[in-house]
Design a protein around this ligand. Structure first.
Ligand code: ACO
Length: 323
C-alpha cells in the first residue's frame, strides 16, 4: 500500500523575541503569572515585513534543503493557516510563486490550531489517492495581527512562526512498523464557536477582527477531546502509549500538554515541548516542534510519533506517523 513518508522538515521564526517582562510593560501581567498558567516565557512577533507567506516560504525552503529536494520536486502545497496575508488569493499560492513554481497546485486550509493535523491528513489522502507524489505541508501564522493587545487574557498566549514538512509517497505493507502516516483522526464541533473565535471577517464586519476566547472553557474541553481522539488512533492501529517514541502536541499551554500526557500514560521525557520559547503559534506549533526535535537529534528515522491538536471551532485531531 502507499504510505506518506516524511522526508524533510524545517521552520522559520520572526527576528523579534518578546519576553513576558516586555509584555508586562504594556499590559497588567507578570512573568510569574504567565509562566505559572501557561509555561510560556517568550514568543516571536513578526515585524511589518514578515508575513504568513514570507515565514511560510522560509520554512518551506528549510524543509526542501533538509530533504535534499527543490520546488520542482513538489506537486502540491497545503498551507494550514488562519492568518493569510490577504482574504484571497490563498497564501499557499503566494508561497508557490515565491518558490518559483508554475506547476502543481496550492491551497490554504483553515482549521485554526488543528490546521497542521488537518493538513497532514489531507496530504496523506491526496498521496494515497494517487493525486500527488510529494506534498509540501506548511503551518504558518501571524496571530499577533489578530490579537487585541489590550486584552491581557489573550495577548500573552500567542506568537508568530512557521514550520513545514514534506510528505512523499512510498511503499508500505500496511502494518504499524511501516514508515509514514499510519492513521489520522479528525473531529470538529461547531457548537463551541463562541468559546474561541475572531470577532470579524469579510462576510460579517468587513474587518479582520480580534481573537476572543473563554480560556477556562477551552481548557475544560481540551484534555478530554485530545485524549479521546488519540484513543481512536491507538484503537485503529493496535498501538498504545507505551510504544510512542515522541509525543509532539500542539503547543498551546504547558498545563494542557502535561495533563494530556499524564492521562494517556506517556512518559514526560517523550514529550516535545516548545511552548516556553514560541508561545501558541496555532497551526505552526507542531511543525516548529518537529523541526526542533529533528535539529537537536531527538527525532530519528523509525521513531513512532504521535501528533495531536485542538483549537477554534472546536476542531481537533490526532495522527500517528512513523518517521
Ligand atoms: N496576567 C495576569 N492576570 C491575568 C491575566 C494575565 N495575562 N489574564 C487573566 N488574568 C487574571 C484574570 O483577570 C483573573 O482575575 P480575577 O480572578 O481577578 O478575575 C485571574 O487572572 C484568573 O483568570 P482565569 O481566566 O480564571 O485564569 P486561568 O487559570 O483559567 O488561566 C488561561 C487562564 C491561561 C487562559 C487558561 O484558562 C488556559 O490556559 N486556557 C486554555 C486556553 C488556550 O490555551 N487557548 C489557546 C487556544 S486553544 C488551543 O490552542 C488548545
Amino acid at each position: 500500500m502507499i504510505r506518506s513518508i516524511v522526508v524533510g522538515s524545517g521552520s522559520a521564526l520572526p527576528d523579534r523575541v518578546v519576553t513576558n517582562a516586555e509584555l508586562a510593560k504594556t499590559v497588567e501581567t507578570s512573568d510569574e503569572w504567565i509562566v505559572q498558567r501557561t509555561g510560556i516565557h517568550q514568543r516571536y512577533i513578526a515585524n511589518e515585513n514578515e508575513t504568513t507567506a514570507s515565514l511560510g516560504e522560509a520554512a518551506a525552503r528549510s524543509a526542501l534543503d533538509d530533504a535534499g529536494l527543490t520546488p520542482d520536486d513538489i506537486d502540491f502545497i497545503i498551507l494550514a493557516t488562519s492568518t493569510p496575508d490577504n482574504t484571497f488569493p490563498a497564501s499557499a499560492v503566494d508561497i508557490q510563486n515565491r518558490l518559483g513554481m508554475k506547476h502543481g497546485a496550492a491551497f490554504d486550509l483553515q482549521a485554526v490550531c488543528s490546521g497542521f493535523v488537518y493538513a497532514i491528513t489531507t496530504a496523506d489522502a491526496y498521496i494515497k489517492a494517487g493525486l500527488a507524489k510529494r506534498v509540501l505541508v506548511i503551518g504558518a501564522e501571524t496571530f499577533s495581527r489578530l490579537l487585541d493587545w489590550e486584552d491581557r487574557t489573550t495577548c500573552v498566549l500567542f506568537g508568530d512562526g512557521a514550520g513545514a514538512v514534506i510528505l512523499e509517497g512510498g511503499e508500505g505493507v500496511g502494518l504499524s512498523n511501516d514508515r509514514g502516516v499510519l492513521t489520522s483522526h479528525l473531529r470538529s464541533d461547531g457548537s463551541h464557536k463562541e468559546k474561541l473565535y475572531v470577532d470579524g471577517g469579510p462576510s460579517t464586519t468587513g474587518t479582520v477582527g480580534h481573537l476572543r476566547m473563554q480560556g477556562r472553557e477551552v481548557f475544560k474541553h481540551a484534555v478530554a477531546m485530545i485524549t479521546d481522539v488519540i484513543e481512536d488512533a491507538f484503537e485503529a492501529t493496535g498501538l498504545d502509549a507505551g510504544k510512542i517514541d515522541w509525543f509532539i502536541p500542539h503547543q498551546a499551554n504547558r498545563r494542557i500538554i502535561d495533563a494530556s500526557a499524564k492521562k494517556l500514560g506517556i512518559d514526560p521525557q517523550k514529550v516535545v515541548q516548545t511552548v516556553h520559547q514560541h508561545g501558541n503559534t496555532s497551526a505552526a506549533s507542531i511543525p516548529l516542534a518537529i523541526a526542533e526535535a529533528r535539529k537537536d537529534g531527538r527525532l530519528k528515522e523509525g521513531d513512532l510519533v504521535l501528533l495531536e491538536a485542538m483549537g477554534g471551532g472546536f476542531t481537533w485531531g490526532a495522527v500517528l506517523v512513523r518517521w
